[in-house]
Design a binder for this molecule. Structure first.
Ligand SMILES: [Mg+2]
Length: 396
């Protein structure tokens, strides 16, 4: 078999010209391109602060447990799924005392799976041990409007665009009275119509207050919601347990705040959640998310992706659970940022004529990055320490 080694890890910080203070993760991103010595390359994306993550790739060594990701990976052989897992562990060991590691390393981990898929001529889901992939029902993921009227309009627009499922989150939810909260959900249901699936994302607004979360779950159950998401803070696993012990009339979802395998596991095992929502660009990449997905299967918890980034990230998310038929829902970023659809070429992952999203069957992730978009929104970065250059944005 021909050999393949990692020659370079190219990092690109892309951002819209204006960043707004809303809960919208599609305003900027960190892209990683892994280039191999045989001309192949892979792409990945991290969902966190791009510059904080970038520093985990290039920071000077502090001691043997704080060494950067580049030094762990460049020059390494990578040819098989076992290699990717070995390198993910190596990067973890190099950054053992770096909290940001799991967010940052996700980008290169995804890129390595893409690269190895291209090398072995297999879609990533097959490398994860699945024989075939199953189409997923995309749910549009949007923020609540500023009031019920605006929420109703957003919902009606999604319905007009043909979405059979949609999630509304954050915005004014939990900021007013219980009646205000209920009015938002009622408006979303009205706009979507009676047949679409509706999910509600409370955006961790009730902190550790399981009594309020339970009250809202009861109120929202009148609108036939598929789940109530993140009513409580991710770390408040005891509060999740108190909430789920009360047997709320709607399923409870959480997990996007889980930064590690163990925090996701904690929410499932000790928090009693029904849906675990994992962000491949945040929770350590495909390697870690694959493990969480298989753990969810074992525990009888439903795995769903959390994705509020580009369709590159969406493809990476999808490969993780594409092979599990009963994990059927796919969070599908539906906003209008050019960093959602514009980052992949020629398009992102389309919704097919049956209203479903198919996992790409081409090698790797099955999507490619649109370099024109990268160039257009590129924020060149140059980091010098003590007069020594430690990072400069490479050629796109
Ligand atoms: Mg959410």
């Amino acid at each position: 078999m021909p050999r393949m080694k990692i020659e370079a890890i190219d990092l690109f910080y892309v951002a819209l010209p204006e960043i707004k203070a809303t809960a919208d993760g599609t305003q900027d991103t960190l892209l990683a391109r892994v280039r191999a010595d045989n001309g192949l390359y892979g792409w990945g994306e991290s969902d966190s602060s791009p510059l904080v993550s970038l520093s985990a790739y290039v920071m000077p060594m502090s001691h043997v447990n704080i060494m950067n990701i580049n030094s762990a990976l460049i020059g390494e052989t990578v040819e098989t799924p076992e290699d990717v897992r070995r390198l993910r562990a190596k990067a973890g060991a190099y950054g053992l005392d770096v909290q940001q590691l799991d967010h940052a390393v996700a980008a290169v981990d995804i890129a390595l799976w893409d690269l190895v898929g291209k090398f072995l001529q297999e879609p990533v889901y097959r490398l994860l041990g699945y024989e075939r992939s199953y189409p997923k029902l995309p749910y549009a993921s949007v923020l609540f409007g500023d009031d019920p009227d605006e929420t109703r309009e957003i919902a009606a627009d999604l319905r007009g665009r043909g979405f059979a499922a949609a999630k509304f989150g954050w915005g004014p939810m939990g900021r007013g009275t219980a009646d205000d909260d209920e009015a938002l959900v009622a408006a979303a249901r009205e706009g979507l119509g009676q047949h679409a699936q509706l999910m509600v994302d409370a955006g961790v607004v009730w902190g550790e207050d399981d009594a309020t979360a339970y009250d809202r779950a009861v109120r929202f159950s009148n609108y036939n919601i598929t789940w109530l998401e993140e009513p409580l803070l991710s770390d408040e696993v005891d509060a999740y347990k108190r909430l789920t012990d009360r047997k709320p009339p709607v399923p409870i979802a959480a997990g996007e705040g889980a930064d590690f395998y163990r925090s996701a596991d904690d929410l499932m095992v000790n928090g009693g959640i029904d849906f675990v929502q994992i962000d491949v660009g945040r929770t350590g990449g495909i390697t870690v998310c694959d493990r969480i997905c298989k753990r969810a299967l074992e525990l009888g918890v439903t795995y769903v992706n959390h994705t509020f980034k580009s369709h590159l990230q969406l493809a990476a998310s999808l490969h993780v659970f594409a092979g599990v038929e009963k994990f059927r829902l796919l969070e599908y970023p539906a906003g209008d940022s050019p960093l959602i659809l514009g980052l992949t070429a020629p398009t992102g992952l389309p919704v097919n004529e049956k209203g479903m999203v198919d996992c790409p069957e081409t090698p790797g992730l099955g999507v490619d990055v649109n370099l024109d978009t990268v160039r257009e929104y590129l924020q060149p970065v140059r980091i010098e320490v003590g007069g020594k250059l430690v990072h400069e944005t490479p050629e796109v």
